[in-house]
Ligand binder design. Structure first.
Ligand SMILES: Nc1ncnc2c1ncn2[C@@H]1O[C@H](COP(=O)(O)OP(=O)(O)O)[C@@H](O)[C@H]1O
Ligand SMILES: [Mg+2]
Length: 326
């Protein structure tokens, strides 16, 4: 691939804080015009990676180019090509949401009329129309977050970094955000977003990198990743919750995989290379006297992808430790 086709090209990025290698040799290739998801749990190194790519933090090793421009040597040019959420944090508290957005628009060179129109459009898009004339000091945390995101989208730069854009948003606003992200890409921008939500990466991203302890542990399309862990996924719930650990142990032994238990409903999920194994599993469960409530075989979820790559559950799964099963 020509480097001009790459919005982001990072090689061996490293950032060390004290003796913590927060980012430990990250490579990333983000094709222009795509949505790229960086997926990982809290503390994985997502924000630190973005800050280096956005020229906000100097890398200790490695290099990164944005549309072919080096983040260290061509930082000025790079800054004109990117937008980062969070950079407009110091807006004027006494001004209204509309006034703040108009000011940013004017600073970015939009005419008075354009600025006004853009502000209205964004306030509508982020569900802030009703609060538009209220001074910022009366805004809730969620409203501030939405306004911050709206402000970062005024200029619509070629590359937009969105660091956990939907964390803490209610479902309705989250869906609006997803629509906005899709629209930005349709209009020609490239989006690199970080998320802890597997569903979000699944929903939006053309490709994703799974990052854990500062390293990329898997990279590909969502389908690549799903395929890498098997073609199907078992979902199982049992009648007597007291047998949950026992049932889980049987699942793991028969399928020879790691399983997870969903937080809501105590459903056991596990990847399966071969759907035929279900027969063996059913026989073994019956022999153990475990009565099923529900069993289905589905396409794998990204939770299962993560579990199979890192051997760890994500935040949306509760972990039953091996010791408890033994
Ligand atoms: N400015 C900093 N000083 C010291 N440690 C930091 C700093 N920023 C991040 N870290 C540490 O680096 C690791 C990665 O953090 P971060 O990039 O924020 O992860 P994520 O965004 O994936 O949650 C964490 O262990 C975090 O505590
Ligand atoms: Mg972060």
């Amino acid at each position: 691939m020509d480097h001009k086709d790459l919005a982001v090209e990072a090689r061996g990025l490293v950032k060390v804080f004290g003796d913590n290698r927060a980012v430990d040799g990250v490579d990333l290739n983000v094709r222009a015009g795509s949505i790229y998801g960086v997926l990982g749990p809290n503390g994985a190194g997502k924000t630190t990676t973005i800050r280096m790519l956005a020229t906000l933090l100097k890398a200790d090793a490695g290099s990164a180019k944005i549309f072919g421009y080096d983040v260290a040597k061509d930082a000025q040019i790079v800054r004109q090509l990117i937008g980062v959420t969070g950079q407009y944090a110091s807006v004027d508290e006494s001004l209204s949401a509309t006034e703040n957005l108009v000011i940013f628009s004017r600073l970015l060179g939009l005419s008075r009329a354009e600025s006004k129109r853009k502000a209205m459009e964004l306030l509508e898009e982020f569900g802030l129309t009703e609060a538009a004339r209220r001074p910022l000091k009366h805004f809730s945390g969620g409203m501030r977050r939405r306004l911050d995101l709206a402000a970062s989208l005024i200029a619509q730069p070629p590359l937009i970094f969105l660091d956990e854009p939907t964390t803490g948003l209610d479902p309705r606003t989250r869906n609006q955000m997803w629509d906005t992200i899709r629209r930005l890409v349709k209009e020609g921008s490239t989006v690199l977003l970080t998320t802890q939500y597997l569903q979000e990466a699944d929903e939006l991203a053309d490709r994703i990198a799974v990052i854990d302890h500062g390293r990329v542990v898997a990279e590909g399309t969502v389908n690549d990743l799903k395929e890498s862990i098997g073609t199907s996924s078992l979902h199982l719930s049992i009648q007597n919750e007291q047998s949950l650990s026992k049932a889980r142990l049987i699942v793991e032994r028969v399928l020879n995989v790691q399983s997870a238990v969903t937080a809501e409903g105590g459903k056991i999920t596990a990847p399966m290379a071969d759907a035929d194994r279900v027969t063996d599993l059913l026989i073994t469960l019956r022999e153990a006297g475990i009565q099923l409530e529900e069993l289905s075989v589905q396409k794998p979820t990204l939770d299962e992808v993560f579990l199979s790559i890192t051997g760890q559950n994500t935040a949306s799964n509760t972990q039953v430790k091996k010791e408890e099963l033994a």
